[in-house]
Design a protein around this ligand. Structure first.
Ligand code: URA
Length: 436
């Protein structure tokens, strides 16, 4: 195809037809359009945007660039959650088995972390033996048998997104609402879901810094998801403070298990229960969010989701004896040091961005896609906003590979906490619901 006139048309702010978009995605996936031309098109889209019809065409063309999952007919609805990511955001880990316990099927295709944002697959790979790369047939079999799977995208799923995302990363075109919408939804639509809940985060450590920007992205994704036949809702949630009291891959697995056992932090529990409640309403299993929350809470308390978690681990290659032995250890990193408060008062802020940067630099996150990560480093026992601390009281613990790294992290983390004389006003975790 002659791609140049399409780049020029978009550069001049003209609309492309669905057929033109389908063709260039097909040709690019087949390696027939060079990267430099696609990068030019992405930059034109970044500046000129895409209208609704163009965004829909791009999303569906990307979804159809590879295999989609096909499930047998079943009375259990297919559902999933996607988060735009943040520090300590481990919601997917307890949520998938909870949803399976509630009678859903959950083909949760997840990603890895990059920069300060953690990734669900990295967290799960902290579990000895756990396999995250599964062929499509195994994903379907496990969903049918266990009710949930959390794994990575296969090479054959949505290959157009893989290629385009790498180019966006290298060409400064990631922060474009139509490109983000198409990227996220093409992958979710390849799961052939009945319902999808999106957790779009806003704040200092979020992809979208302001609530207004998060709302704009959420509205675009909710409109498109529904238009493409998947009942889609979004919640806007605060990402100025880490979620839960632990951040770092293995520490988050531990906190997720605690959540499944009714011992997890309240903010994590709130998001897990809320996400499930929305999906219960979206699939008409319950009439109201309040009823959904009650149903999800009762299901968690029954212990069934904790059993599902074990079933999922075994199905994906983990040895429960080894897992439980690791779980029973107080710490798995070489060095654990407390960060202490310089004065007494109330925690007014625990800055998620600074904490995320420290964890990344401890080896818990990546600066480049290829970098290896350390699963055992991170922070836990985080003092959350509103909590009273005494002078020399603990603000958090650092888990590091050696004493020098721990010391450097402790110094940096001291500035991540703001201590005030007055108790701060509590801010809601869920700021808004965007439904169609
Ligand atoms: N996550 C994705 O999968 N795609 C984007 O474009 C941004 C975040």
């Amino acid at each position: 195809m002659n791609f140049l006139p399409l780049i020029e048309a978009k550069r001049e702010g003209q609309s492309l037809t669905p057929e033109q978009i389908q063709e260039f995605i097909r040709e690019f996936t087949a390696g027939k359009i060079p990267d430099y031309q696609m990068a030019a098109m992405l930059m034109a889209i970044y500046f000129r945007g895409l209208n609704t019809a163009e965004t829909t065409a791009l999303t569906l063309a990307m979804r159809d660039s590879g295999d989609v999952l096909t499930f047998p007919q079943d009375r259990r609805p297919l559902v999933d959650k996607h988060s735009t990511g943040g520090i300590g955001d481990k919601v997917s880990l307890p949520l998938a088995p909870l949803l399976a316990g509630l009678g859903f099927r959950v083909p949760m295709i997840s990603g890895r972390g990059l920069g300060i944002t953690g990734g669900t697959l990295d967290k799960l790979e902290a579990i000895p033996g756990f396999q995250t790369l599964l062929p499509a047939a195994q994903i379907v079999r496990q969903v049918q048998r266990v009710g949930c799977v959390i794994c990575g995208q296969t090479d054959k799923m949505v290959p157009a997104d893989k290629k385009i995302y790498a180019l966006r990363d290298a060409s400064g075109t990631v922060p474009s609402i139509p490109l983000i919408t198409a990227s996220i939804l093409s992958k979710k639509l390849a799961e052939k879901l009945d319902a999808l809940i999106l957790d779009v985060k806003f704040g200092g450590a979020a992809f979208m810094a302001t609530r207004a920007a998060a709302r704009q992205l959420a509205q675009a994704m909710v409109a498109l998801g529904n238009q493409c036949g998947t009942n889609t809702r979004a919640i806007l949630t605060d990402m100025n403070t880490p979620l839960g009291r632990a951040a770092g891959n293995w520490l988050e697995v531990k906190e997720s298990v605690a959540c499944l056992e009714g011992k997890g932090p309240l903010d994590l529990l709130e998001l897990v229960v809320d996400s499930a409640a929305h999906l219960l309403v979206q699939t008409q299993k319950t009439k109201s969010l309040a009823a959904g929350r009650r149903t999800a809470t009762e299901c968690l308390a029954s212990g069934a989701p904790r059993k599902k978690w074990d079933e999922m681990l075994v199905a994906q290659g983990a040895d429960l004896k080894i897992f439980n032995r690791k779980l029973a250890r107080e710490t798995t990193a070489n060095v654990v040091v407390a960060v202490k408060s310089a004065r007494a008062g109330y925690v007014a802020q625990s800055d998620a961005r600074s904490i995320g940067e420290v964890i990344r630099d401890l080896g818990g996150g990546r600066l480049t896609k290829e970098a290896a990560i350390n699963h055992d480093v991170g922070v836990d026992q985080l003092a959350k906003p509103g909590v009273r601390v005494e002078k020399s009281g603990r603000l958090c613990r650092v888990h590091a590979v050696d004493a020098a790294q721990a010391k450097a992290a402790v110094e940096r983390l001291k500035t991540a906490f703001v201590i005030s004389a007055k108790r701060p006003r509590p801010l809601p975790l869920v700021g808004e619901i965007i439904a169609r």
